[in-house]
Write a protein that binds this ligand. Structure first.
Ligand code: UGA
Length: 445
């Protein structure tokens, strides 16, 4: 098959690279000339474990190429995946401009009987409107993506479910089959990338869910909204722990060991960020309102999340008698470890707030891209190494839980007594105190 994957972000690039390991011809289509040339040179346009290796392999094999040219790519396509961004507008609703643009651009060249698969996260009800822009002979399918940045390849291979929604049963089945082929190719993919799957991987069962279009769209948005809700729930309980002496990790270990609840996404800290949760929650609130449905539960989730950077800074500020002229190091700028992405990162917000409160802020992140610099207050200095960032620090905020931010690594550079503010509860408080530092966590003494 000739498959075109439109959009070379996290979802599109990972999908294109995985499909290219099968016996199909894959074209990655993007309007950004820089991304196109990076892919054609055998690399990933962003940091993601194993992705450059996978792209290099398929470029050398001749199964993958990238282009900016819609005409040449779409004219011969049997199957098209649309994986473009759906950023949020200032009012919180989803901007579907790219989604419609892609459909209109494809409509000019698309062959009869082509399957058009929407992978982008869209509000429920969008598919009907997009398919109206495509020729009647085209089969429109919703196949939302559930991978996470930083673990994109593993998540694609060990996925809990593949959701495929659409009117045409054969088209739905064809997309399911393509996913099954990719999963059957796991050994080849792990060999090329060197990615180690967990020991239990062979027992992993993927649920293939065939639904109607609207359900598929809503499954994706609801799943992200529910995960965001779990995080804000844990953060609300963490605030109560701070007042009572309960320990949030112990509480969530106990709560999460009920299999009906589950332990995942109950880690308290500085809150969620990134290109997905914040916009998907606000998009769900906005699109529900369009149907006359109020979602106060999700409004509360957003409010709790937005309160967390300020909450942690206040807690630390009380212990440190404020931040004016204090030398503060912020470790981690990305929205989570394992990615170079700083979009909506609570770590950036923490650094900026500290700077506005009068602190002299140094920052370090092992992977944050150049965008981080533009988002930071101008007087914050990004240091090239952990060691350089920690020099003379009086207070250290661990704002993203990168594995290198261990107490041993910090101790090697920081000899004086400093305060460690563990914004994601990633360190052992006892070990930190034993090493001679003061410790401040979230929902923990
Ligand atoms: C999220 C979903 O997890 C994916 O399933 C989904 O496909 C993706 O959005 C998407 O819609 O494209 P992602 O944004 O890459 O993936 O990152 P997550 O690992 O889910 O983390 C999101 C944020 O929540 C991070 O800032 C993380 O630090 C925070 N988080 C996560 C917590 O604060 N506590 C937790 O317990 C878990």
């Amino acid at each position: 098959m000739k498959i075109v994957v439109i959009g070379s972000g996290y979802v599109g690039t990972t999908l294109a690279a995985l499909l290219a390991t099968l016996d199909h011809q894959i074209i990655a289509l993007d309007t950004d000339s820089q991304k196109v040339s990076i892919i054609n040179s055998g690399k990933s346009p962003f940091y993601e474990e194993g992705l450059s290796e996978l792209i290099k392999h398929s470029i050398v094999q001749g199964n993958l190429s990238a282009t900016q040219d819609y005409g040449s790519a779409i004219t011969n396509a049997d199957l098209i995946f649309s994986c473009v961004g759906t950023p949020d507008k200032p009012d919180g609703s989803s901007d579907l401009g790219y989604i419609y643009e892609v459909a209109k651009s494809c409509a000019k060249y698309i062959k009869k009987g082509v399957i058009f698969v929407q992978k982008s996260t869209v509000p429920t009800g969008t598919g009907e409107k997009v398919s109206a822009l495509l020729p009647d002979t085209c089969h429109y399918i919703s196949n939302p993506e559930f991978l996470r940045e930083g673990t994109a390849i593993i998540d694609s291979l060990l996925t809990d479910r593949v959701v495929v929604g659409g009117k045409n049963k054969q088209a739905v089945q064809k997309v399911i089959e393509l996913h099954k082929q990719t999963l059957d190719n796991t050994e080849k993919i792990t060999t090329i990338t060197g990615i180690q799957l967990p020991d239990k991987a062979p027992e992993y069962k993927t649920n293939f869910v065939a639904t109607n279009l609207e359900s598929a769209e809503l499954i994706k948005v609801s799943a992200n909204a529910f995960l965001a809700l779990k995080i804000s729930f844990a953060n609300s309980i963490a605030k109560l722990c701070d007042e009572t002496g309960a320990n949030i990790t112990e509480v969530m270990d106990g709560v999460g060991s009920d299999h009906r609840i589950g332990r995942a996404f109950l880690n308290a800290g500085r809150g969620y960020g990134g290109g997905c949760f914040p916009k998907d929650v606000s998009g769900l609130i906005a699109s529900s309102l369009e149907y006359g449905v109020d979602m106060p539960i999700m409004t509360a989730v957003t409010e709790v999340n937005q309160s967390m950077p300020g909450y942690i800074i206040n807690k630390a500020g009380e212990c440190c008698s404020g931040f004016v002229d204090k030398k503060v190091t912020v470790l981690g700028l990305t929205f989570k470890a394992g990615t170079s992405d700083t979009r909506r990162s609570p770590a950036i917000e923490i650094a900026n707030r500290l700077s506005k409160l009068g602190a002299i802020v140094n920052a370090y992140d092992p992977e944050a891209d150049d965008e981080a610099k533009n988002e930071l207050e101008p007087n914050i200095t990004i240091r090239p190494t952990l060691q350089a960032s920690l020099k003379d620090a009086q207070i250290i905020f661990i704002a993203t839980n990168w594995p290198e931010f261990t107490i041993e690594n910090i101790q090697q550079v920081t000899k004086d007594k400093v305060v460690i503010v563990d914004c994601m509860n990633s360190l052992d408080s006892l070990a930190v105190r034993t090493a001679g530092f003061d410790y401040i966590g979230v929902g923990t003494k």
